[in-house]
Each structure stands twice: as C-alpha cells, then as structure tokens.
Design a protein around this ligand. Structure first.
Ligand SMILES: NC(=O)c1ccc[n+]([C@@H]2O[C@H](COP(=O)([O-])OP(=O)(O)OC[C@H]3O[C@@H](n4cnc5c(N)ncnc54)[C@H](O)[C@@H]3O)[C@@H](O)[C@H]2O)c1
Length: 379
C-alpha cells in the first residue's frame, strides 16, 4: 500500500487533552502503525507541535519522538507542508487562532467548544466553507463504550416509546487550598471558562445523537465555590458557573434533566451517566458500561415503608449490555473520521455546523438563566 504524508499542526500541544488523548492515544499510535489505511493508501501524519513554553514543548516532542515543534504559531501556519491545523489550546484563544488558520488555507479541526458564542461559531463555519476548507470538531463522548451501547439499545426499539432521560455529570474539584485543583484556572475565569461553555457542547450532541432533537430548554447555573487558588498559588474570584441544572424538551415530547457540577461528591455508577426511560424498559449508561431493565424485570413498588428499611436493592433486575466487538479510543476515532474526510471526502457528522449547534445549546442555557425563561433552541 503506498504511503501519503499529511502534515498536521497541533496547537496547544503541551496541554492536558492534546498531549494525552490527541497525541499519546491517537496521532502517535497512528504514526507508529505506519499510517491510517484510507482507500488504496496509508495516510501518515507528519506533526508540527505548537505551544507557548519552549521547554515543555521540547519535552512533549521528545516523549513522542516528534522532530518538529515551534513556539511561533505564525511560522507554523506559513508551512506549506502542513495542510491541517488542529487547535487544543485554551478555549479563550480559539476564535482568533482558527481565523488565522482559515486565512492561511488550512483544513481545521479543533477541540470543543468551537467558540465562546454561537455567532462566533457560525462565523467560523462560514469562513471555512467560503474558502472550501474541511472543518471538524471533537465530539468524543458518543464514541465512549457506554454511550455506544446505550445508542445500540435505544436503536433496537426495545425500550418502547421514549418517555424521559436524566443526564448526570460531575465530581469534586478541589479549590487548591489543601489539595491541588484538578482543573486549569482558566476554566474558572471569564474568558473561555465556565461549566456550561465547557460541558454543555458535549451534552448537545450526546442528547441529540441518542435521544432526539432538542427544541426547548430552561436552565439555571451558579457558582458553588466562589474562590480558588491558581497554578501560581494566587487566590482568585471565580467569575463563571461551576454547577448547572437544565430541563430539556425533545422533539416529540420527551423531557429530560441535566445536572452537572464540579462541586459534588460521587455516589453514582460513573462520572457521567445517562438514563433513558421508555414504556418497555430503561437503560442507564456510564462511560464504559450500560445496564438495561426490561418491563418484565421492573419491580412492583407500592409505597414508601416509613417504619422500616426493607433493605431493597434497586440495582437488581438490570442486565449488563454485552461488551463491544471492538473499541477505539474516542479521540482516535474522531481523528480517523476527520482524516478520512480530508483525504477521501468521507462524510463527517461532527463538522463546524455541529460544533456551532453545540455552542448554541450552551448559549441558550446561559440565556435562559439570564432571562429566567424557557428558550427555544435555534433550528
Ligand atoms: N473533548 C474533551 O472531552 C475535552 C477535555 C478537556 C479539554 N477539552 C478542551 O481542550 C482545550 C484545552 O483544554 P485542557 O484541559 O487541555 O487545558 P490545558 O490548560 O491543560 O492546556 C491548554 C493549552 O493551551 C495553551 N494556552 C494557550 N493560550 C493559553 C492561555 N491564554 N491560557 C492558558 N493556556 C493557554 C497552554 O500552553 C496549554 O498548552 C479546551 O478548549 C477544552 O475545552 C476538551
């Protein structure tokens, strides 16, 4: 099989998500395997890493045996050998960075959220389309084993008519005073931070991908932990939401709830769970597993027993969905789809129009909070 090289600029290469998922678990394995089979050829990524800190960038490049790296974004964008630009740097810089990449004629792939506002996201879509460039957004959560199993269960129709859903997400993020905060401080600042902007883009494509099109929502968001300590040991005021609750109406009448928080302690099956209830059964998925309770195994619950704890185990009567035949790292799955889209024109669901809708959902939730009203999701 002949090999075709494809140049990829990876911006924000020292960041948590770029260095772990996109490099270590996706692009580097594709390179080590000799490239991705696409049609009659193998597509071999040639990487150019971009970051701000010279020494950290050099260390990432060394760790992955990548020869080319630079702290000069403009020089990277001027390279004729790199047709793709990928952005996984902090969210606040995304719009100007993508604008530059589009102006330089690069195909663009990027982490979510595509932009801080729906208008900016649409403008990026228009700019990339006008120049005839390919565009894609990371929508990794639907590739998780738990979500793939849940989608398969919903698709069979075995749950009957869908009635409702419940999405729960979160864990405790330390404020930095006695234990180090597990998230970067920019997550809690006005430019690019906030749980809704960070996580709700995921919830849009998960809900619409598995349950149905969102038509309306009502949302509240708040700051549970108002002060934190940053990477330099400085105390700062949190400027954005770290917790949110949302009611969602789906086309056809299904309602659901979303509870998300970085200020909650876990006593759930997983960090992120989605339960879907139907007339013929319910399914509950986490990151990896999915359990189903069919109507015939549903316990008959008549009333509360207020006098005695009857010790019932409500986790009984749920069957675990079988393992997947094969599993690919979700970020690698996204890269494979995007590379096939660029090289072979394969269809891509998670393009910038999907990314713009992800942001529109987050934006509508913030608008609902500000106006204390139900908001129609833009079509
Ligand atoms: N798909 C997912 O599940 C997922 C998970 C985590 C993060 N993300 C997204 O990936 C992007 C990076 O997130 P991360 O958690 O890796 O962040 P991070 O703070 O670990 O990395 C950010 C990177 O951006 C660079 N950077 C450029 N300008 C910066 C600035 N002004 N302030 C701080 N850093 C700056 C940093 O040098 C660093 O390399 C964000 O857009 C985030 O929304 C997506």
């Amino acid at each position: 099989m002949p090999t075709q090289t494809i140049g990829i600029i990876v911006n924000g290469a020292t960041g948590r998500i770029a260095s772990t998922q996109h490099l270590a678990n996706a692009l580097v394995p594709i390179i080590r395997e000799g490239g991705l089979p696409v049609g009659e050829q193998r597509l071999l990524p040639r990487l150019l890493l971009v970051g701000r800190a010279h020494s950290r960038l050099a260390a990432v490049a060394r760790a992955h045996d990548i020869a080319h790296w630079t702290t000069d974004l403009d020089a990277a964008l001027a390279s004729p050998d790199h047709a793709i630009f990928f952005d996984a740097a902090a969210t606040a810089q995304r719009v100007p960075t993508l604008q530059k990449a589009i102006a330089a004629g690069k195909h663009v792939y990027c982490e979510k959220p595509l932009a801080p506002s729906a208008q900016q996201a649409l403008a990026l879509l228009q700019a990339a389309t006008a120049r005839g460039l390919k565009h894609g957004i990371v929508e990794d959560k639907l590739h998780l084993p738990g979500m793939r199993k849940l989608l398969a269960v919903v698709k069979t129709g075995e749950l009957g008519r869908l009635l409702g859903f419940r999405l729960e997400f979160g864990w405790w993020v330390f404020d930095g005073s006695d234990r180090t905060c597990q998230r970067p401080s920019w997550n809690y600042r006005a430019q690019g931070g906030g749980l809704i902007l960070d996580m709700y883009p995921h919830w849009r494509y998960v809900i619409e991908g598995i349950i149905g099109r969102i038509v309306r929502l009502s949302s509240a968001a708040w700051t549970a932990v108002p002060e934190r300590i940053d990477e330099n040991g400085e105390r700062y005021r949190v400027a954005v939401d770290d917790s949110a609750a949302t009611l969602v109406k789906i086309e056809g009448g299904v309602f659901g709830t979303i509870l998300s928080s970085w200020a909650t302690r876990l006593r759930r099956d997983d960090l992120f769970t989605l339960q879907v209830d139907g007339t013929q059964g319910s399914a509950l998925a986490g990151l990896h597993r999915c359990h189903v309770q069919p109507a015939k195994a549903t316990p008959v619950i008549a009333h509360f027993n207020v006098m005695k704890d009857i010790g019932a185990d409500y986790r009984q009567g749920w069957n675990e969905a079988p393992p997947l035949a094969s599993y690919c790292n979700p970020y690698r799955a996204g890269w494979e789809q995007f590379l096939r889209h660029v090289a072979d024109d394969a269809p891509l669901v998670c393009d910038f129009s999907a990314g713009a809708r992800d942001v529109a959902f987050a934006h509508a939730c913030l608008q609902s909070m500000a106006e204390r009203a139900w908001i129609d999701m833009p079509q």
